[in-house]
Design a protein around this ligand. Structure first.
Ligand SMILES: Cc1ncc(C[n+]2csc(CCOP(=O)(O)OP(=O)(O)O)c2C)c(N)n1
Ligand SMILES: [Mg+2]
Length: 674
């Protein structure tokens, strides 16, 4: 006879995930039951036997990180969070995919507690996990002391065939292998199925030798693990952890052979199970086949007890808290700094130091490229903010992301504050997301603005997740010159401005560049792109530098102005010259510098109208596509821009050729008066 103390078997624990996944998808009439049903035993091995976490505190800094890169398997994650005791009640699973629920179709950061990152765009979760594992290593190098492993956790990531096929898996895996991120453990759901496949047809488009591929990246690969054998997976995890204990251990890939929708009599091992409800008949048949007699969303007590991780989690965090308090006694300054870093707060004197810096820069009045101005700002900010971790996708000397206080991270010493990401723009940006999500660090990374396209979806994900990341996008226009149209951004500023919650700055000089950096670092709820020039930009004296914080402001006014010229970045000096020309011709105009349109748009209407009065005609000047500026100048205004690709040539010649001259801007203003 069953007694209440009967322990649930691993098979029952796995089947509880199967049941929740198929029932939630059935209730929503959409979703992906196949992956959770196929990875259920792997989840049992990891979550029951290894994962160190505390459901009561999803923000415990030293928890293991767990990422579902094949995010369509969201019901696997929601089931695990619910069953182990996170604040995700069964009602939320019943409302899977419904408006206002904590259980959206794909895991979204900030919705259900315990979701470490937003996944769904395949491959990116894996790169996020690499960033998290890297953050762990960097923080451990900074804060751990003999006998005090303050930062010491694993990062586990599930990934499918789709993640493997995506190019970003190469970028991130190669980087993780090179740096020897031994506490990173990836599980490959090798089921031979992706959307276009039914039975085994995946071989028509995907025949990679994954173990060899990861072996070549420098990973420890554990091939041919039966993904439905909890003991076999457990053994592989133990081997992975052993490797991670070595100082410069290899990251581990556990290749798990699985059957998609395992347990479903007709739909197991079919593409049909990937992304659609199984249907009432098949769900009933599955229940019978796996021996799960319980109604939908009902979990027997023994199974609940088997999953419950609250006690173990509480103990694990308490143990760590004791470690922290003795660390505090021995290393009070480091302990305080650790707490500050984890809280994401800037140092107390940040504002005063930045104000002093801006004053100093304004007094100096240097005419230099804004990328150089950015480096000068970093020279001051990096010693002040040890949480900054910079880097570049193999353009360090062009992006000017490195300063005197930068210490490069290398395979021999995974410590420091500057990363050579290699030519991996997408990987870099997705890894930066992981670094921020881990906590304790603020990443910034550089590449040419034109290659932001390569990284774009990771930028979008940072904006969607509302996380602080800073992009140093240099060579921001045709002004980069001789490298020609392949390297000259045209549509990039405008198209990046279309990403909600991405703050974009195109500063015009040294002072605006400093203000942009300060705003980017203060901003905790989203990423910022800094668009910086390769070429010199003339300095403009700032009477009230704090105006810059409004995103757009009157840089140079004229009594009884008859028009407004709006400009950004390297075109601001052109606008100021045009103002002089026009003054000589008896046409007074106001010049507005608008380094950040999104910030300007959020100002009160009174302020916006005072800068851009309705009654005055307007001309915008920016070395990029013109359409974006219509929202400021209207159909009756004019835009001096460039609606075609650039040309190879010296910057000065190109500016003249494409009409970014005072004469042409003046002509555009005069044209408004007929
Ligand atoms: C970047 C990206 N491209 C396309 C998709 C759409 N998509 C979702 S799952 C999937 C195939 C997944 O195959 P696999 O990872 O093997 O998942 P399985 O069916 O085995 O669960 C595709 C193409 C996506 N989510 N992200
Ligand atoms: Mg698959």
């Amino acid at each position: 006879m069953d007694s209440p103390v009967t322990k649930a078997t691993d098979a029952e624990l796995a089947n509880s995930i199967r049941a929740l996944a198929m029932d939630a998808v059935e209730a929503a009439k959409s979703g992906h039951p196949g992956m959770p049903m196929g990875m259920a035993e792997i989840a049992v091995a990891l979550w029951r036997r290894h994962l160190r976490h505390n459901p009561a505190n999803p923000a415990w800094p030293n928890r293991d990180r767990f990422v579902v890169s094949n995010g369509h398997g969201s019901m696997l994650l929601y089931s695990l969070l619910h069953l182990t005791g996170y604040g995700l009640p069964i009602e939320e699973l019943r409302r899977f995919r419904q408006l206002g629920s904590k259980t959206p179709g794909h895991p979204e950061y900030g919705y259900a507690p315990g979701v470490e990152t937003t996944t769904g765009p395949l491959g990116q979760g894996f790169a996020n996990a690499v960033g998290m594992a890297l953050a762990e290593r960097l923080l451990a190098a900074r804060f751990n002391r003999p006998g005090f492993d303050l930062v010491e956790h694993h990062t586990y990531v599930f990934m499918g065939d789709g993640c493997m096929m995506e190019g970003i898996s190469h970028e991130a895996a190669a980087f993780a292998g090179t740096l020897g991120l031994g506490k990173l453990v990836a599980f490959y759901d090798d089921n031979g199925i992706s959307i276009d496949s039914d039975k085994g047809q995946i071989a028509s488009w995907y025949t990679d030798d994954v173990p060899k591929r990861f072996g070549a990246y420098g990973w420890q690969v554990i091939p041919n693990v039966d993904g439905h054998d909890v003991e076999a997976v457990d053994k592989a995890i133990r081997k992975a952890k052993k490797e991670g204990k070595r100082g410069s251990g290899r990251p581990t890939l556990i290749c798990c052979k699985t059957v998609i929708a395992k347990g479903a009599p007709k739909k197991a091992n079919t593409g049909a199970a990937h992304g659609a409800a199984l249907g009432a008949e098949e769900v009933a048949a599955t229940r019978a086949a796996i021996g799960w007699p319980y109604p939908p969303f009902e979990i027997p007590e023994a199974v609940r007890a088997g999953w419950d991780a609250r006690e173990a989690g509480k103990k694990a965090e308490k143990k760590w808290a004791r470690l922290v308090s003795s660390y505090q006694k021995q290393f009070p300054d480091d302990a305080a700094e650790f707490q500050r870093r984890i809280s994401g707060k800037l140092p107390q004197d940040f504002d005063s130091r930045v104000s002093a810096l801006i004053e100093e820069i304004n007094a100096k009045g240097e005419t230099i490229p804004t990328r150089k101005a950015s480096q000068n700002v970093l020279e001051v900010l990096i010693p002040l903010l040890p949480e900054l971790v910079g880097g570049s996708a193999d353009l360090t000397g062009s992006n000017l992301t490195m300063v005197k206080a930068s210490k490069p991270v290398s395979p021999d010493s995974v410590s420091g504050n500057h990363l050579f990401y290699g030519v991996r723009e997408f990987g870099m940006c997705a890894m930066m997301n992981g670094i921020t999500l881990h906590g304790g660090l603020i990443p910034y990374g550089g590449t040419f603005l034109v290659f932001s396209d390569y990284a774009r979806n990771a930028v979008r994900m940072a904006a969607l997740m509302k996380i602080r990341v800073v992009y140093v996008f240099t060579h921001d226009s045709i002004g980069l010159g001789e490298d020609g149209p392949t390297h000259q951004p045209i549509e990039h500023a405008a198209s990046l401005r279309l990403i909600p919650n991405l703050e974009l700055w195109r500063p015009a000089d040294t002072v605006e560049t400093a203000a942009a950096w300060a705003a980017a670092l203060r901003r905790k709820d989203g990423p910022t792109a800094l668009l910086l020039s390769r070429q010199n930009v003339a300095f403009s004296k700032h009477e009230t530098p704090s105006n810059i914080e409004k995103g757009g402001y009157i840089l140079s006014d004229a009594p009884e102005a008859r028009a407004v010229v709006i400009a950004t970045g390297s075109e601001v000096p052109v606008a100021l010259e045009a103002q002089k020309l026009l003054a000589g011709q008896g046409v007074p105009v106001r010049v507005v510098s608008m380094p950040s349109t999104s910030l300007f748009d959020r100002q009160a209407a009174d302020y916006r109208n005072s800068v851009l009065p309705r009654e005055l005609p307007k001309v915008a000047v920016e070395a990029g596509v013109t359409d974006y500026w219509r929202k400021y100048v209207g159909l009756e205004g004019a835009v001096v821009g460039i609606d075609r690709f650039g040309e190879s040539g010296p910057a000065g010649d190109l500016f003249k050729h494409f009409g970014f001259t005072a004469e042409n801007v003046a002509e555009a203003v005069r044209s408004l008066f007929g």
